[in-house]
Ligand binder design. Structure first.
Ligand code: AMP
Length: 196
C-alpha cells in the first residue's frame, strides 16, 4: 500500500499536486481542509467549531482532527493507499497518524515536502482569494496561517526526517515540473510494474 503525506505551507500547491497523484497512482485523496469545509457547508456540529477557527487561520484542536481523520480512513477499506493532504499539521497529529495506521497494519510510505518561499505563498494565496470564496484567503488570515505553519507545523519535518521518509520537492516551477519531481520521489521508494 502506498501512503503519501503531502506537506507544505498554505499555498504551496498541495491540493493540486494531490489530485495529480490521486489520478496517476489510484490513491484516495484525504484533504482535511476539504473535509472541514464540507462539514461547514452541512452546518454540522464539527462545522460550527471549524468555521470560526478556519476564518481566523487557527487550527482545529488535535483530538478532534485526529478523530475525524480516523473515522474517514474507515470509509475506504479497499483503498490502494491514501494521500494525506493537510494532515499531519502538528507533531501530535504525526504521532497519531502513525498509530492509527499501525493499528491497520499499514504505514506512511513517504512525506513530500513542497517547498515554496513565503513571498510567493502570499502572492499565490491572495490571487486564489479573488476566486476561491474561502474565508481564509485574505491578507490578515494568510499571515496568521503562515505564522501558525512556521511554529506548529514545521517541526513535523524533523519527525519524518528521523524516519528517513522526508523528501523535499522544489515547489516553484510549472505544475508539471513539480509533479515530475514528486513522481520521481514516489517511484524511488515505491516502484511498481506500471512505473518502472
Ligand atoms: P487547508 O485547506 O489545508 O489549507 O486547511 C484550511 C484550514 O482548515 C486550516 O487553516 C485549519 O484552520 C484547518 N485545518 C485543516 N487541516 C487541519 C489539521 N490537520 N489540523 C488543524 N486544523 C486543520
Amino acid at each position: 500500500m502506498l501512503n503519501v503525506v503531502i506537506f507544505g505551507a498554505p499555498g504551496s500547491g498541495k491540493g493540486t499536486q494531490s489530485e495529480f497523484i490521486e489520478k496517476k497512482y489510484g490513491l484516495v485523496h484525504l484533504s482535511t481542509g476539504d473535509i472541514l469545509r464540507a462539514e461547514i457547508a452541512k452546518g454540522s456540529e464539527i462545522g460550527k467549531i471549524a468555521d470560526g477557527l478556519i476564518s481566523r487561520g487557527e487550527f482545529i484542536p488535535d483530538d478532534l482532527m485526529i478523530s475525524i481523520l480516523n473515522g474517514t480512513i474507515d470509509k475506504y477499506p479497499t483503498s490502494k493507499g491514501f494521500i494525506f493532504d493537510g494532515f499531519p499539521r502538528t507533531v501530535a497529529q504525526a504521532e497519531a497518524l502513525d498509530s492509527m495506521l499501525k493499528r491497520r497494519n499499514i504505514r506512511v510510505t513517504l512525506m513530500l515536502n513542497i517547498d515554496v518561499e513565503t513571498n510567493e505563498l502570499v502572492k499565490r494565496l491572495l490571487n486564489r482569494g479573488k476566486t476561491s470564496g474561502r474565508s481564509d484567503d485574505n491578507l490578515k488570515t494568510i499571515h496568521q496561517r503562515i505564522q501558525v505553519y512556521e511554529t506548529k507545523t514545521l517541526p513535523v519535518i524533523q519527525f519524518y526526517d528521523r524516519q528517513n521518509k522526508h523528501h523535499r520537492i522544489k515547489g516553484t516551477g510549472t505544475m508539471d515540473e513539480v509533479f515530475a519531481d514528486i513522481c520521481a520521489a514516489i517511484d524511488s521508494v515505491y516502484p511498481t510494474k506500471t512505473n518502472v
